[in-house]
Design a protein around this ligand. Structure first.
Ligand SMILES: Nc1ncnc2c1ncn2[C@@H]1O[C@H](COP(=O)(O)OP(=O)(O)OP(=O)(O)O)[C@@H](O)[C@H]1O
Ligand SMILES: [Mg+2]
Length: 346
């Protein structure tokens, strides 16, 4: 189903205001990413019908559902705090949706066991929620949400209580559910890697507003705002002054001239700008590229799958990844950054 949020506004008096305009395609896997308190849960609750917006409309496949109560919107939500029915055992929790829709008993039983297998809790059917760990509750909540094949699936940090290994299995389960049913899904997370690996598109939130929406690649390599650039991944951010604008924009930063691909920036010579590029865009220079930076290696930090190294240059400290074999602290090094890998912000 297609989802359209049109001019949604909602305030908690004196505290917080949410504004949202967003369209999701049929079958899209969309992630809300943003710091704590920026309104992700509030917007999910509005979509599900548990919060009423002050203004704006919500459309599901063109139908206005703004005034429908939650039970009339075939939308499933996995709440951040699971919200399992405490008086019902696991089986009953999962079978709740099918039961309210009057599925035959044997079909409910088959669906419940299938889902218990899928979330790796095959023997948990008779247990009550208060006997489950956080991760187990989350899995039951996920199974309950997908039991009825909803039109729209909303997941509020559904993996936050799972350990790394279980996360992998549950992610696979979410992806499979999504693909199999071509289910339009909104996923809320703090985990950038989860957002990057799962999503068709990501919306980055900032203080109640959607700052930026795009594919993971767009958000990561061509962020539209400096906030998005800084919020996701690691970045190199330098201040500079525009010297010249042509096919390449020339920017001076501490006597170093950077040539930057011109993305129709609205800047003029003399403007102060911010340059942004990712650590992995710094490569070892062969001496002939544009934007060669000379420096000395400083600190090196181990991240498991890679090292991050800081290189002291005339423009300041530049972060690079392990593509360059800096083993020794204080070693001379020569880096290059391609013009198309640098973004300017005014
Ligand atoms: N019922 C409420 N009454 C008053 N303020 C609220 C209420 N619910 C949420 N808020 C406030 O609205 C803001 C947004 O909250 P929300 O739960 O949407 O954030 P979030 O992005 O989901 O954060 P987190 O990542 O921590 O879950 C916060 O400042 C929160 O304190
Ligand atoms: Mg939340």
């Amino acid at each position: 189903m297609k989802l359209k949020l049109e001019n949604i506004k909602m305030s908690y008096p004196g505290k917080f205001t949410l504004n949202a305009d967003l369209e999701l395609n049929q079958g899209e896997f969309h992630t809300f990413l943003g710091p704590s308190g920026c309104g992700k849960t509030t917007l999910l609750r509005i979509i599900a019908g548990f919060n009423t917006p002050d203004s704006g409309r919500i459309y599901l496949d063109g139908k206005d559902i703004t005034d429908l109560p939650p039970e009339k919107r075939n939308i499933s939500i996995v709440f951040q705090d699971y919200a399992l029915f405490p008086n019902m055992n696991v089986e009953k929790n999962i079978g709740y949706g099918p039961e309210t829709r009057h599925w035959p008993k044997d079909k409910i039983k088959t669906r419940t066991s299938e889902l218990l297998e899928a979330v790796e809790l095959p023997d948990y059917g008779k247990r009550k929620p208060d006997t489950l760990s956080g991760g187990e509750k989350q899995r039951v909540a996920l199974a309950r949400a997908i039991a009825v094949n909803p039109d729209l699936l909303l997941l509020d940090e559904p993996l936050s209580a799972a350990d790394e290994k279980l996360k992998g299995a549950l992610k696979a389960q979410i992806v499979e559910t999504h693909r199999k049913n071509h289910l339009t899904t909104i996923y809320v997370t703090h985990d950038q890697e989860e957002a990057m690996t799962l999503s068709d598109r990501i919306s980055v939130f900032r203080k109640g507003n959607i700052e930026c929406t795009g594919t993971p690649q767009e958000i990561y390599f061509q962020p539209k705002t400096l906030y998005t650039a800084k919020f996701i991944g690691q970045s190199n951010i330098l201040k500079g002054k525009v010297l010249n604008i042509g096919e390449l924009v020339e920017v001076e930063c501490q006597n170093q001239i950077f040539k930057v691909q011109n993305r129709s920036y609205q800047c003029s010579a003399g403007d102060m700008v911010t340059l942004f590029f990712r650590p992995e865009c710094c490569t070892a220079s062969q001496g002939k590229e544009e934007n060669i930076l000379l420096g000395k290696t400083a600190e090196r930090t181990f991240y498991g799958s890679r090292y991050t190294c800081s290189v002291k240059t005339a423009c300041g400290i530049i972060k690079v990844y392990d593509t360059y074999p800096f083993q020794l602290q204080g070693a001379d090094c020569q880096l290059a950054v391609r013009p198309e890998n640098i973004i300017l912000f005014q």
